[in-house]
Ligand binder design. Structure first.
Ligand SMILES: Cc1cc2nc3c(=O)[nH]c(=O)nc-3n(C[C@H](O)[C@H](O)[C@H](O)COP(=O)(O)OP(=O)(O)OC[C@H]3O[C@@H](n4cnc5c(N)ncnc54)[C@H](O)[C@@H]3O)c2cc1C
Length: 259
């Protein structure tokens, strides 16, 4: 159980940012991860009153506030229409509906969990993050960085890509053993592997739909994979090409494969 001496409902991003510069403070979003960590901090900073829980659609992107719940992403009609239902598919396996009503996109992206289905899909869609002080940064870059004390305010998901995702779990609702997310702009493919078990990374980009879609074994062979308590590197290597193929089929709107 986490414990905090002071609980501050931030009234502005500037206030939240200023408070968060102290190492004794922590941003609290859905609190689903934090509360499991047994963390003790002087000050918890709650962002709930800052209007960061909306999904705005513009001409060329969806702008998702960091306090938006995973459930809101999963059930957002326009976002799912644009991406071929990818958010519905990607988020449904995460724990349970009530959990996803509370866990946020900001908490997921900031934490850069290796096992994150959320980050894998957002990376495949070439999302960007908006940070209060630093401004807009490609998620691909943010994902490689270490945790800092800036505040993630929004995730920007560009329009124009369909996506698909495939994962293996030892049991339903468990963390994934391996995740593959694919997206296409209609001409080329982008592939991401997550739960390697390290953080999700882009493993291929610009693959031509017509010419480059055959040797999943070779491509999977070049992905850095490892071992953790859920699975060995050898097991991950075995299932990686199958997940790649499934994610690509899902993103191209194909039928279930026969693996
Ligand atoms: C039991 C369990 C199972 C899970 N299984 C999966 C799974 O299978 N797949 C998956 O993808 N995810 C999974 N998750 C992760 C989950 O989806 C969320 O990512 C996680 O709970 C964090 O979101 P939160 O809103 O609860 O963040 P919190 O727990 O509140 O915060 C997490 C971290 O992010 C920081 N933070 C939060 N918001 C911001 C912000 N706006 N700016 C800066 N820092 C911020 C916090 O300070 C903290 O360090 C699981 C989590 C749990 C607890």
């Amino acid at each position: 159980m986490a414990s905090y001496t002071n609980y501050v409902m931030a009234q502005s991003l500037e206030e939240a940012y200023a408070l968060n510069q102290k190492k004794s403070a922590v941003i609290v979003a859905g609190n689903m991860w934090l509360r499991m960590c047994g963390l003790r901090r002087q000050t918890a900073i709650d962002l709930s009153k800052l209007g960061l829980d909306a999904i705005e659609e513009t001409q060329d992107a969806f702008i998702v506030g960091s306090m938006t719940s995973l459930r809101a992403l999963e059930t957002h009609e326009a976002l799912n229409r644009e991406t071929g239902g990818a958010f519905r598919e990607a988020l449904a396996p995460i724990v349970g509906t009530q959990f996803r009503r509370t866990a946020t996109v900001g908490g997921s992206v900031y934490a850069r969990f290796g096992f994150s289905d959320v980050s894998a899909l957002l990376l495949a869609l070439d999302a960007q993050v908006e940070l209060y002080k630093r401004g807009v940064v490609p998620l691909e870059e943010y994902q490689r960085e270490t945790w800092d004390r800036d505040i993630l305010t929004h995730v920007r998901i560009p329009k124009g890509r369909r996506a698909g995702i495939a994962s293996v779990r030892l049991s339903k609702t468990d963390f994934p053993v391996l995740v593959c997310a694919a997206s296409t702009d209609g001409e080329t493919l982008r592939l991401v592997m997550g739960a390697r078990p390290a953080r999700a990374m882009v493993v291929a980009d610009g693959l031509r739909l017509t010419a480059d879609l055959q040797d999943w074994e070779a491509l999977a062979g070049s992905v850095p994979l490892g071992t953790n308590l859920r699975a060995s590197e050898a097991y991950r290597r075995k299932i990686a090409p199958v997940l790649m193929q499934r994610a690509v089929q899902a993103c191209l709107g194909g039928n279930e494969d026969d693996h």
